[in-house]
Design a protein. Structure first.
Lengths: 142, 142, 142
């Protein structure tokens, strides 16, 4: 059993999804059985595991969140950084800041249609820090 | 300290909740102190820890989600598998794909009224794969 | 590598946020690299990582949830403990029961503006049990 700490910096193009599955998979190649804890160090971006087959799923998800959590909602008072400031915090609250993903034989054990996304909630591009902590046993088959 | 990997396949009867607490408890009987990471390998079903005392809690939860995320919402374009296709992905996004649950003396350390449910979001029955990764110390009292 | 189990009891003043960052940080001072799994043993309170800089973020979050999940909603049948009973369960379902937070050199590796809150959803004060399970390597620099 051991533990390893990694960090990724992900550049986003503004609101939307960045697939980080391959980047995280690269960090677990030497692990046989374990867990990768993925954590985003921000309060206006989050993590999401969702379908990677049909891009329309992500389009519809974004449309749903845009309707549920309106930018510029008059309810919001925390608006210093613009109409997408507080809505981004709410979106992050409704999704995940941390995810614990099983690792098996050097790969994230995701379902056939699952990918891991960084979900950027701000409209402008940002650099987002993600940390990955891997706890598990070492592979002996390679 | 060691790590153990387990897998459960859960048959659902369509939209609703399946209590998997006992099935996961059976996987941690030899662990003294640790964490069980439960992960569902699907994007239209999720995990939930909620009250197990009054079944009305689950009835009301389902009613809330049915109203918040409408099947057949004209907003959705990902509708190949029917009116509950995209709504299922949204419901899964608003709930949990992974949960990390403390283990103490061979049992999940859940609160008195907490149970662990698989939350099926599709209207038809499905087989759902759940993996459980247990990291912890071994019991020496048995 | 080792594992340590801790428990916190947090008194809430009714609906709102209690910052538990310092209390959890105190439990990880001897860990070099690892993960702290925080778990709340209740179904009407939850965990949240959100901005700690501007208190208006938490005011707006509470306002958003109060509008999205209405106390006394006639949809709800689980109302034995009052109009905030079922709404509290729904709020807890839409947020987190467990969070896995990276630990680095004796501290939770939170982002600059992130704090860890207990989010109380009931209107009356409660005592809430939180457990923290820390898995990681020991610090050798102190």
């Amino acid at each position: 059993m051991h533990v390893a700490a990694h960090e990724l910096v992900v550049a986003t193009a503004g609101r939307g999804f960045v697939d980080v599955t391959a980047a995280v998979n690269a960090l677990v190649v030497n692990v046989d059985v374990g867990v990768a804890t993925v954590f985003v160090h921000h309060t206006s971006a989050s993590l999401l595991i969702q379908e990677n087959a049909d891009p329309a799923v992500r389009v519809d998800l974004e449309a749903f969140f845009a309707r549920l959590v309106k930018d510029g909602d008059p309810l919001f008072t925390h608006t210093d950084e613009g109409p997408d400031d507080m809505s981004a915090h709410v979106r992050a609250t409704l999704t995940a800041t941390s995810l614990a993903i099983p690792v098996r034989r050097g790969r994230l054990d995701l379902g056939r249609w699952q990918a891991l996304y960084l979900f950027e909630h701000r409209t402008r591009p940002h650099e987002r820090r993600i940390s990955v902590t891997v706890v598990g046993s070492a592979r002996t088959d390679r």
